[in-house]
Design a protein around this ligand. Structure first.
Ligand code: SF4
Length: 228
């Protein structure tokens, strides 16, 4: 398992303020953002683990990697011609969990949560660049257990089994509910891809605040054989 212990990221106060999407930013709000951002960036150490594996077996609804069987039709379709896959976990890091903001101070807590989310997002961007360079691919996409009904979150356990001792390597624990701790952590399988696949393109959930790509009816039909 490859371990990346201090993923580079850059997060400015302007980026945080833009993400707040507020019409008016008072000097008081700016000060709170500045203070929480400093606390976070002083200690944040985003990390990642990944590994590369050849696919052992593949059929319509399953992919076997290093003896571990993942059950997903969409994953199978995505990796049918690629040969290799790259399971990963990226985390904003448990250091951020030690930051104290007054629990009754809802606004500071909200800012802290947003900053953690942005650090994770920036860390994923730098992880992606490092991964593609290290495994020598030009383009890739990923899928995560639990993002679509087709690949249930319970498969998270198999992903962690495939990678090894993730907790020891980067402090990310998989709970019996299959949720990862710290919460600002993402996991999944990268694969070489000609186009930018995103699970959101196949997701029917309406009004999802985390949607990253528009629903694509043609792709949905191609992957599931169903019309919407
Ligand atoms: S639309 Fe929302 S729920 Fe659906 S895959 Fe994207 S982020 Fe997940």
């Amino acid at each position: 398992m490859e371990v990346l212990k201090n993923l580079p990221y850059e997060l400015t106060i302007d980026v945080v303020i833009t993400e707040l999407k507020m019409r008016h930013i008072s000097s008081q709000i700016k000060e709170i953002v500045k203070d929480v951002l400093k606390k976070a960036t002083d200690i944040a150490r985003p990390k990642a683990v990944y590994e590369q594996f050849y696919i052992d077996e593949i059929s319509e609804n399953r992919v076997v990697v290093n003896g571990i069987e993942f059950k997903s039709h969409i994953l199978s379709k995505n990796v049918e011609n690629v040969g290799k896959v790259f399971p990963y976990v990226v985390t904003a890091g448990q250091e951020l969990e030690k930051i104290d903001v007054d629990e009754g101070d809802m606004f500071s807590s909200y800012i802290l949560d947003l900053i953690k989310e942005l650090i994770l997002s920036k860390a994923r961007e730098s992880f992606e660049k490092i991964l593609f360079k290290n495994v020598n691919i030009e383009k890739g996409s990923y899928m995560s257990p639990g993002s679509l009904n087709d690949w249930p979150i319970s498969e998270q356990k198999k992903l962690f089994d495939l990678l090894g001792d993730v907790e020891k390597a980067i402090g990310v624990k998989l709970l019996p509910t299959f949720i990862m701790e710290p919460a600002k952590t993402v996991s999944g399988i990268y694969f070489p891809a000609e186009f930018d696949f995103d699970s959101c393109m196949l997701c029917l959930r309406e009004n999802c605040p985390s949607r990253k790509a528009a629903f694509n009816p043609a792709l949905y039909k191609e992957y599931t054989g169903k019309k919407v």
